[in-house]
Ligand binder design. Structure first.
Ligand code: NA7
Length: 534
């Protein structure tokens, strides 16, 4: 089928068959809509389909990183570890696809190349590499981290060995046995991958531009009694999760205490306890970590002390030690990350002052020195939150391009709708809590909201819904104002788009899940306030 052929006309086309797209399809079917999903991959799972790098694992605990929409699914599925690895999460995604017979309405290996609003027909026209789809509504379930960031290094094409990106890892896996491997980047993907690659390869060279704080995940097999305990009270625990600012429960209670006010003893005791428990609970020992620079620095200093304790060579420890705000970039969890640098075959190269100069046939060149490699792993992250949407060449009313509308950073109403782009919904879009939360509950909340909205439109006989420009402008102001209350905008994170050269710096997600949900509910109850319905 060519890109010109009409592939289908539907009520709704959902783009993406990750956790958002799969649940959206299931819900739309239940609500009586004719929907299809188009998906560029050959299978379901979204981020878990692509990110198959060694050590890939979810940082949210398994009992919470799972769907809640079907209590039977929740009860029947058995997780094996505290945090699930990528293969297990992908098995879960495939199980969901089979269980709800989703595949018959998913068009795999289909990439959206353009999406145009047809004002006359009041329909979207989606041009894919496998034909044209027409639909009254489009739901972009395209994920926040689905377009890889591939920095251009001079000479990269001349490299004689194999290259990989953590975000699009070969399905058959990679055998690094006996090889000399270069890893570029030290974000959360690299922090997970480095210890595992180091176990396999003969020599590992890590090129670090910015050191990162990381806390032990303390992954372990999931205790069957703990799993049974969760299952016995899943409803209550899910409700409790939704009351948390990141839509997840921690192993130790969140505290609202101020770190700067704690005594030395109390501070050390609490931090040690949380370091030992591991996971994001570490970041919740004090309520002001992302609000108060002095408190933040105290917690950062604790982690710096841990790095100094773990890493044998003081020079390497110093290089691995971050000095920026902790938890300002996406917090990392690890399994023996800092320890890996004590191994004799692992070398750390600082590229903060002298960037990677070029890549040559034999390896990576920094400051005139050549570091030989048989393989290069780019762990260089993603064009987060907006990259995938912008790549789809979306045009709205009067041919306005999304790229122009978002010229000064993403603009949305509630992270769900965009002014001038009728009948287009974004799941976990910029301006919603998305990446600052446990993604699955956030996805479920958006999917439920969109589903209810479509039913409402159908009942009213309305053909379009569109964010009003004023509502969108106030929402953008609101997101900025909330972000400005925190320390988040102070560092070069992908939350801000700072990792992509030339990308406008705007803090994209909205901190705080429960107040956000309240606003969404309120908007719906108030006749979809801020949306024009016609
Ligand atoms: P991240 O967190 O964006 O990390 C990318 C890393 O790559 C980071 O250390 C970057 O350094 C580094 N990088 C990027 N470009 C370059 C160049 N040109 N030279 C050297 N180093 C470079 O991506 P991840 O995949 O680790 O994690 C993304 C999210 O996926 C994660 O937060 C989870 O939510 C799941 P920098 O810090 O920019 O100096």
């Amino acid at each position: 089928m060519s890109s010109e052929d009409v592939a289908g006309v539907h009520d709704v086309v959902v783009v993406g068959a990750g956790f958002a797209g799969m649940f959206m399809l299931h819900r739309l079917r239940e609500l009586g809509f004719d929907a299809v999903v188009v998906e560029r991959a050959g299978g379901v799972g979204g981020t878990w389909y692509w990110n198959r790098y060694p050590g890939a694992r979810c940082d949210v605990e398994s009992m919470q990183y799972s769907y809640s929409f079907d209590p039977q699914l929740e009860q029947e599925w058995e997780w094996s570890e505290r945090y699930s690895g990528q293969p297990e999460i992908l098995r879960y995604a495939n199980h969901v696809a089979d269980r709800y017979d989703l595949r018959r309405d998913i068009r795999f290996d289909t990439t959206v190349e353009q999406a145009d609003w047809d004002d006359e027909a009041r329909q979207w026209l989606l041009l894919t590499d496998r034909g044209v789809y027409r639909a009254r509504f489009v739901v972009m379930a395209t994920g926040c981290l689905s377009t890889t960031n591939e920095p251009v290094f001079e000479g990269a094409q001349t490299f004689a060995g194999a290259t990989y990106h953590t975000g699009s890892w070969p399905h058959e896996g990679v055998d690094f046995g006996g090889q000399s491997v270069a890893v570029i980047g030290t974000g959360s993907s690299a922090i997970q991958a480095i210890p595992v690659i180091a176990e396999e390869c003969a020599a590992l060279t890590v090129f670090q531009r910015t050191p990162n704080y990381s806390v032990p995940a303390r992954n372990q097999p999931l205790d069957p009694a703990e799993q049974a305990d969760w299952k016995a009270s899943y409803r209550e625990r899910r409700a409790e999760m939704l009351d948390q600012r990141a839509a997840m429960l921690q192993r130790l209670p969140d505290s609202e205490d101020l770190a700067k006010e704690a005594t030395e003893d109390e501070f050390a005791r609490r931090m040690e306890e949380r370091w030992a428990v591991g996971g994001f609970t570490f970041y919740r020992g004090y309520g002001d970590i992302v609000f108060d620079a002095e408190s933040n620095e105290r917690i950062a200093a604790f982690v710096r002390g841990k790095i100094a304790d773990i890493v044998d060579d003081p020079e390497v420890a110093a290089l691995l030690t971050p000095h920026n705000t902790i938890a300002c970039k996406r917090p990392c969890l690890d399994t023996r990350y800092y320890e890996t640098f004590n191994q004799p075959h692992v070398r750390l190269v600082d590229v903060s002052q002298t960037p990677i100069e070029r890549i040559c046939a034999a390896g990576v060149v920094v400051d005139g020195q050549e570091y030989p490699a048989d393989a290069i792993v780019y762990a260089t992250g993603f064009d987060a939150m907006t990259g995938t949407l912008l790549r789809m060449n979306i045009t709205g009313r009067s041919g306005r391009r999304l790229a122009d509308h978002w010229d000064a950073g993403p603009r949305t109403y509630l992270g769900l709708g965009i002014a001038g782009f009728p009948n287009l919904f974004t799941v976990s879009g910029p301006g919603s809590p998305s990446v600052l939360t446990n993604m699955i509950p956030s996805i479920e909340q958006h999917v439920e909201w969109i589903g209810r909205c479509l039913v409402e439109l159908r009942e009213r006989g309305a053909a379009t819904i569109e964010a009003e420009p004023d509502a969108e402008a106030s929402w953008v102001d609101h997101v900025n104002a909330v972000a400005d209350l925190t320390l988040y905008p102070t560092c070069n994170s992908w939350y801000l788009g700072a990792n992509i050269p030339g990308k406008t710096r705007v803090f994209m997600p909205l901190p705080g899940f429960p107040p956000y949900v309240e606003v969404c509910e309120d908007v719906a109850a108030d006749n979809y306030r801020g949306f024009a319905v016609a």
